[in-house]
Design a protein around this ligand. Structure first.
Ligand SMILES: [Zn+2]
Ligand SMILES: [Zn+2]
Length: 92
């Protein structure tokens, strides 16, 4: 789902949230689901297997599908970025 800036206030459509979305807030939007908080959108995807090999923060090499992906969101200079980090089974 693309990340957009909410043009108007609304309500998060994620199950179990229903919280307010403020105008100007970064949200995930799709025509099927409407607008959701970023944390709600990513939480709902649950644990994702890593499809590519990577390196965990502990230094362990993680083979494809042997670890999980962790979504890291950063905003820098007004731009919002998403980065998927690989975690090994122990750090998960
Ligand atoms: Zn929400
Ligand atoms: Zn690790």
């Amino acid at each position: 789902m693309p990340t957009i800036v909410a043009k108007k206030a609304g309500t998060c459509t994620a199950a179990g949230c229903g919280g307010r979305i403020l105008k100007g807030e970064y949200v995930e939007y799709s025509a099927a689901t409407g607008t959701r908080h970023l944390e709600c959108a990513s939480a709902e995807q649950g644990r994702r297997p890593n499809l590519k090999a990577g390196t965990c923060r502990c230094g362990a090499a993680v083979a494809p599908r042997e670890g999980s992906l962790l979504l890291k969101e950063t905003s820098r200079a007004g731009r919002f970025q998403k980065q998927w980090l690989v975690r090994c089974a122990r750090c998960g």
